[in-house]
Design a protein around this ligand. Structure first.
Ligand code: SF4
Length: 149
């Protein structure tokens, strides 16, 4: 069994001051998008940065640094999907990183906090099939979403 995976995290620049509290909690608990990793599997964060601000100039370069440090997977932080509005470039960024760097991309880190879930549900933000797919890794259940409020 594989016992260590190296991952990079890219956050939405609107949350650039974020210290990563929810992401690192979710890594420890294997919640949200991190539930694809087994608890016995060590996760090493080999890069953590922002997209660089709209329209995401850092997406072009940050994965290269992460790859040099051994990143096998890049997670886009949950802020990409919960912002008001959510990032409109997610699909493009994901395709670009896969094509240029051959690194797996997962959309999301920690579970969607319930307060964001409630407002986006009222707004109808995630009703399309594309958005349903994008939020799937971080949707979690209500109890877990409340734990990340
Ligand atoms: S909305 Fe997208 S491009 Fe704009 S700052 Fe956030 S992640 Fe970057």
């Amino acid at each position: 069994m594989k016992n260590k995976t190296k991952i990079g995290i890219i956050i939405c620049d609107r949350y650039r001051k974020c210290a990563g509290g929810k992401c690192f909690k979710a890594i420890q608990n294997r919640d949200g998008a991190f539930n694809i990793y087994k608890k016995e599997e060590e996760l090493e964060i080999v890069g953590y940065t922002t997209c660089g601000g709209c329209p995401g100039g850092n997406i072009e370069y940050a994965p290269e640094e992460m790859k040099k440090n051994g990143a096998e997977v890049i997670h886009f932080a949950t802020g990409f999907v919960v912002g008001y509005p959510p990032c409109p470039y997610i699909a493009h960024f994901r395709n670009f990183i896969k094509e240029k760097y051959s690194i797996k991309v997962i959309v999301g880190t920690h579970p969607i906090p319930q307060k964001y879930y409630d407002v986006h549900t009222k707004l109808g933000t995630w009703e399309s099939s594309e958005w349903k797919e994008l939020i799937q890794p971080t949707l979690s259940d209500e109890k877990t979403r409340l734990a990340y409020n």
